[in-house]
Ligand binder design. Structure first.
Ligand SMILES: [Zn+2]
Length: 59
């Protein structure tokens, strides 16, 4: 799935949760944009903080 129909910079990402996992340090969510298929990992800690800055993962 290396195809990108739309450049990531030209639209608002429409993140969809692909999966989420509970880990020892919090919850890890894997998101994917429905438009450009960019994937994002988001980690949410147990210490009641807002989600940390997320990283985009590009294959
Ligand atoms: Zn996108």
């Amino acid at each position: 799935m290396a195809r990108q129909a739309v450049p990531a910079s030209e639209h608002e990402h429409s993140w969809q949760t692909r999966s989420s996992h509970h880990t020892s340090t919090g919850i890890v969510q894997y998101l994917q944009c429905l438009t450009c298929k960019t994937q994002q990992m988001r980690q949410i800690g147990f210490d009641c903080q807002v989600p940390k800055a997320s990283k985009e993962i590009r294959a």
